[in-house]
Design a protein around this ligand. Sequence first.
Ligand code: ATP
Ligand code: MG
Length: 230
Amino acid sequence: PLPKIQGDINFNKVVFEYEKGRAALKGISLDVKAGQSIALVGHTGSGKSTIINLIGRFYDIKSGSLTIDGRDVREVTLQSLREQIGIVLQDTFIFSGTIRDNIRFGRLDATDAEVEEVAKAVDAHDFIMKLPGGYETEVEERGSALSMGQRQLLSFARALLADPRLLILDEATASIDTETEIKIQEALKILLQGRTSFIVAHRLSTIRHADKIVVLDHGEIKEEGNHAEL
Ligand code: ATP
Ligand code: MG
């Protein structure tokens, strides 16, 4: 098991195929230092989710190497790896239960004060307090009581509370108003601080804030750099 992940990630000529003979990644090399945020962009089918799948070791690579803190990802036990990865996927972040339980998911030992602290950090506290039952308000998995933006902020609060070294975020594509957009960007900045993150980015504002933008095309890196460089 890993003592504690620092968050250096290195892809070296990684080839991966879901089906024999059809490479989804065709020799990806990417060096990520602990604490950096990487925005993955590219057309549908270009390999963004595949990169994320490999970091979480949901699949094994075919050739090349993938290391975390200089160690082959296959040497890391799945449990220690998954414990230190936070995954925020679009549209899947609310389950039936109270707002508090939704934030505490994965950190059941968290106190009420800790829950409120992270909610405040991502600026979700005010809207929560306006709900009929505050933190005890029951929400439904597919209920519409919460807006897309509010759901996203709750998922950020949950991830912040879990405090993983590695954060994977598949950004929601749903359109949101400008005010909420600004809130989400502020919350995202706080969430990304001090951890390595890979974001499948759909919003220009997110892409702009990333330390490194990786443009994928048919399983290859087409361009790499920060917003000023590209
Ligand atoms: P999107 O923007 O649509 O989410 P993406 O960039 O995330 O696209 P990937 O899901 O990484 O793309 O897909 C890369 C390639 O691998 C595509 O050709 C896709 O068809 C293929 N692929 C993805 N998942 C699987 C799977 N589970 N089984 C077989 N092929 C897959
Ligand atoms: Mg995808």
